[in-house]
Design a protein around this ligand. Structure first.
Ligand code: FAD
Length: 409
């Protein structure tokens, strides 16, 4: 890198959301000189995140496994219930982790606690420089990217990992065009207690306005992601806690007994976002800078963790210049199919919920019926939901699977 006297790093991560912090820890572990810039990690985020097992395994490799296992609640069963009033309704589909010989599909963790644990891990990792504040400007060049913080600090890096969220300024500086669309929905999130145990079951009720998803927390408690039409959100938020609890209990058909709302509801406007490229001009996109879609099937952060895993693998194979065009092209090729498939399926499912068209309802119902009754398809769906390629591998004869596993290591 030919640079002036500003601080030089191999990697500069922009953004201190979960994906950025995981990226910084992974880069440092891979031996790259790493800096991470962003505000103090958010402990005001009232959401919880279901992190699935392949993601947990990766977090374990970054010494975060014990946090997940001690603070996270296992998700043993996932159930999808059609709660629409439409003419054609889909059958209820239930997936058990035990069908895959797993104790749980994953663990549900509170974002505020997870962010705090990640921030602590970053501060305790000697190979990471933590820069608090926003990056104000970016200047990519042939050999490196210059970044200037709001307080005037200047940094140069061979590779910038853009983990600066859906409005990513690093993505803009890379010259990557992004198509963004509001879905007209908002997610209301809160935590609640209930009188009956959840038994490790998460239930996603599909309604005409989007999914209403209960996810287990420790004890007789759960978190809720309730997707509503944005115009309807204010009237729900205006309910007092006891009226809100009655609405939630009614929506869940009293499945968990009496409900008490425990936290102040927060709202998140929903949108979809598709960048044309995932890496360009020494800037690689990860997390919500690379993909935004509605919260269905706990895919977002899990996809972000896989972005980081792939990017660090590619960087490790291209140590002589980790931001070179060839390395970025390899990252793009690795991530495009997974991101396109997940965003496409979630978007399609969301649209089928919002649509009043009979063919959409019939198609959705047929897919759910097949998922309910055809065990190879169920197995494929569950495996593929956890990690891309797992589904196909599960269909192969055992010997071929073993050979593939050997060639991956
Ligand atoms: C209601 C809801 C529920 C969800 N539930 C799940 C779930 O159960 N499972 C799952 O896998 N996913 C879930 N998701 C998706 C998941 O929350 C996101 O994928 C994840 O939060 C994205 O993290 P991120 O780090 O990419 O982005 P963010 O969390 O948005 O972080 C971006 C960071 O960049 C910083 N930043 C912005 N600009 C700059 C700048 N110029 N310089 C430096 N820093 C900057 C911001 O301050 C922020 O810290 C859910 C999403 C929603 C909305």
């Amino acid at each position: 890198m030919a640079m002036t006297d500003r601080a030089e790093y191999e990697v500069l991560v922009a953004g201190t959301g979960p994906v950025g912090m995981i990226a910084a820890l992974a880069c440092a572990k891979a031996g790259f000189q790493t800096a991470i810039a962003g505000p103090k990690a958010s402990t005001a985020d009232g959401r919880t995140t279901a992190i699935m097992h392949p993601g947990i395994d990766y977090l374990k490799s970054l010494s975060l496994g014990s946090f997940i296992e001690t603070r996270g609640e296992p998700l043993r069963t996932m159930r999808i219930v059609d709660a629409t009033q439409r003419l054609v309704r889909s059958p209820t589909v239930t997936f058990h982790a035990s069908e895959l010989d797993l104790p749980a599909f994953g663990h549900n963790v509170a974002n505020a606690e997870f962010n705090a644990a990640l921030e602590t891990a970053i501060l305790e990792t000697p190979g990471i420089r933590r820069l608090e504040g926003l990056v104000a400007s970016w200047h990519p060049s042939e050999t490196h990217v210059d970044a200037r913080m709001e307080d005037g600090t200047e940094i140069a890096a061979a590779l910038v990992i853009a983990a600066d969220g859906r409005g990513s300024s690093a993505r803009l500086a890379a010259g990557i065009y992004v198509e963004t669309q509001s879905t007209g929905q908002s997610a209301i999130v809160l935590s609640f207690s209930h009188t009956r145990p959840h038994e490790g079951i998460s239930t996603e009720f599909h309604t005409e306005s989007g999914p209403f998803t209960q996810v287990p927390l420790a004890g007789n408690r759960s978190s809720l992601v309730w997707v509503v039409r944005t115009d309807d959100a204010p009237s729900i938020l205006a309910l007092d806690p006891s009226e809100l609890a009655v609405r939630i209990e009614g929506q869940m058909r009293s499945m968990l007994g009496r409900v008490t709302v425990e936290t102040q509801p927060q709202t998140y406007p929903l949108s979809t976002s598709r960048p044309r490229r995932y890496a360009l001009n020494r800037i690689a996109l990860v997390g919500e800078a690379a993909h935004v879609f509605p919260p269905i099937g706990a895919q977002g952060l899990n996809l972000g963790i896989r972005d980081v895993e792939s990017l660090v693998q590619v960087a490790t194979r291209n140590r002589e210049d980790i931001g070179a065009a060839d390395a970025l092209a390899a990252y793009e090729a690795k991530r495009r199919p997974d991101i396109a498939l997940r965003s496409g399926v979630v978007d399609l499912l969301n649209r089928s919920l919002l649509s009043d068209l009979l063919p959409a309802q019939v198609a959705r119902s047929a897919v759910f019926e097949a998922l309910r009754t055809l065990s190879p398809l169920r197995n494929f769906f569950m495996q593929e939901g956890m990690r891309p390629g797992n589904g196909l591998r599960s269909l192969l004869p055992l010997k071929t699977r073993d050979r593939q596993a050997e060639s991956r290591t």
